[in-house]
Design a protein around this ligand. Structure first.
Ligand code: SAH
Length: 486
């Protein structure tokens, strides 16, 4: 199976830098089910084409499938005699991810600016199995800025009356960032094929959201793409669609919105200006609470990949910004997002990233003006919550604590999310408004804080807002401020 990628950006041979594959060489890579080759049929200043050729070894594929006990072919030879070696599919997509890893992430050591720039690209996949036909190829690639030519391949050229096969010859043309192009292909080739060569585990949801970052949430076909990508596993698709709904910029329904979430109408006020996604509104609400508290030295506890940290660092009001997480992988991501290694020293000095578990007292966290627990508490097993309460409210004792967490009552508005399901596979619980209020009240009383509770996102008259927000203020601090202002 074959995929070619052409650019006419000058010098076109820079494509070699972006893909980290030299145009003068043929390189081969071992895959679990065969071998991938990268070669350049043409490479000059004006035009450069990289080809990814995947040779599937049906024996390896067969072995792998037997090992996973996933094969249910009704005839035994089906394992060996099939279209997998020839038609683009999830095998090509896995090869793409393996061979062009850094390009897929938008990274380039030699040409970082070019990696971030939209360049003229042409992608050709001469044989792609496409369930839904050429029309579906248009519907999934079209909204992403591609001009799509999908020509059905006749079943047999000698017998045109037999009609078309289920394969198309696909050409995409557009001006896009290479990383975006590769992520589109990575997700959409197996979606069009509507099959996966491996067992779809829950971590596929994360893979999909990662590869779909910036384009999937608002794609009119996100429902179909998500369900097919996750091999029609309903629970996984429900989780993924709920998470996508939180990232959405608009409340327009998806093309086949039978399983899609989010209320169809807003508050009316936002009909002209594009609306911010729930994730953005959450960040803004947290920032507003921090501003109102007057905090300048702040902790982002369970900072994850650093989405909030980036906003905190960009705001001069915050003289010291600390991100903590139990996961070193999260901290690495956060450091990368903040571009810590490239910041001027003066900026760097304001930022700290510490590995720390919220269930243990940590002396480094004492004495800060404010702490944020954004979408974190629900990641702890309920029996571990008292340890977090002690470590944060009892020991670290920031002046203000801002807590956000999902409102489980709102989940019925995410229609893909079956009853009893949470918005994220990693959530250990999600609270109703009453449960959250009771927790906040108990923590505040026990540790000497006063609290206010509100919602983030569009308020639904029946089930409330999608996100709950509590701001707890230490009574010690408020007395102190009162005294000083008096
Ligand atoms: N606050 C971030 C991340 C939320 S995801 C945001 O809103 O985007 C929850 C984060 O909490 C994860 O990064 C996870 O690693 C972290 N976490 C979970 N349990 C933790 C614990 N016991 N101590 C510290 N961090 C924890």
């Amino acid at each position: 199976m074959l995929l070619t990628l052409t650019t006419t950006h000058r010098p076109a041979t820079d494509l070699g830098h972006l893909l980290v594959k030299h145009p003068d060489r043929v390189q081969s890579f071992d895959l679990p089910a065969g071998t991938a080759h990268v070669l350049y049929p043409e490479a000059d200043e004006a035009r450069c084409t990289a080809a990814l050729l995947v040779e599937v070894d049906p024996l390896k594929l067969g072995n792998g499938r037997r090992r996973q006990a996933a094969t249910q072919d009704s005839f035994t030879l089906g394992q060996y005699v099939n279209d997998r070696p020839y038609a683009a599919s999830s095998l090509l997509s896995s090869a793409l991810a393996k061979v062009f890893r850094s390009a897929l992430r938008g990274e380039s050591r030699d040409r970082p600016e070019l990696a971030a720039t939209a360049i003229p690209l042409e992608v050709r996949v001469p044989v792609l199995r496409c369930r839904g036909g050429a029309d579906l190829a248009m519907r999934v690639f079209g909204p992403l800025g591609w001009a799509v030519a999908a020509t059905p391949i006749p079943l047999d050229e000698a017998y045109p009356e037999w009609g078309d096969s289920r394969y198309v010859d696909l050409t995409l043309t557009g001006t896009l960032r290479l990383a975006d192009a590769l992520n589109h292909l990575y997700v959409l080739l197996p979606v069009l094929d509507d099959a996966k060569h491996y067992w779809v585990a829950p971590d596929e949801v994360d893979k999909l959201l990662r590869a779909g970052a910036g384009w999937l949430a608002d794609h009119p076909e996100r429902g179909l793409i998500t369900r097919r990508y996750l091999a029609h596993r309903r629970a996984l698709a429900g989780t993924a669609l709920a998470r996508l709904a939180e990232l959405r910029l608009t409340d327009e329904p998806a093309a086949d919105d039978s399983v899609e979430g989010g209320p169809a109408t807003g508050d009316g006020a936002g009909s002209e200006a594009p609306r911010a996604s729930l994730a953005v509104r959450r960040r803004e609400a947290v920032l507003a609470a921090l501003h109102a508290s007057g905090a300048s030295r702040v902790l982002d506890l369970g900072c994850g990949g650093g989405a909030l940290l980036a906003a905190l660092v960009a705001d001069r009001r915050f003289t010291e910004v600390v991100g903590t997480d139990v996961s070193s992988q999260a901290l690495t991501l956060a450091a990368r997002r903040l571009r810590l290694d490239r910041l001027p020293e003066r900026q760097r000095d304001r930022i700290r990233l510490w590995q720390s578990a919220l269930t243990y007292r940590d002396d480094r966290l004492r004495g800060y003006d404010a702490a944020v627990l954004m979408e974190v508490v629900e990641h702890l097993d309920p029996p571990r919550l008292p340890a977090l309460e002690d470590a944060v409210f009892g020991h670290a004792r920031p002046g203000t604590v801002v807590v956000t967490t999902p409102n489980v009552e709102y989940n019925v508005r995410y229609e893909g999310l079956g009853a009893g399901r949470f918005r994220h596979a990693d959530h250990r619980f999600e609270w109703t408004r009453a449960e959250f209020a009771a927790w906040v009240d108990r923590v505040a009383t026990t540790h000497g804080y006063t609290a206010t509770i509100s919602g983030i996102g569009d308020h639904d008259p029946e089930v409330g807002a999608p996100t709950q927000l509590a701001v707890l203020t230490s009574t010690e601090t408020s007395t102190r401020t009162e005294e000083t202002t008096r």
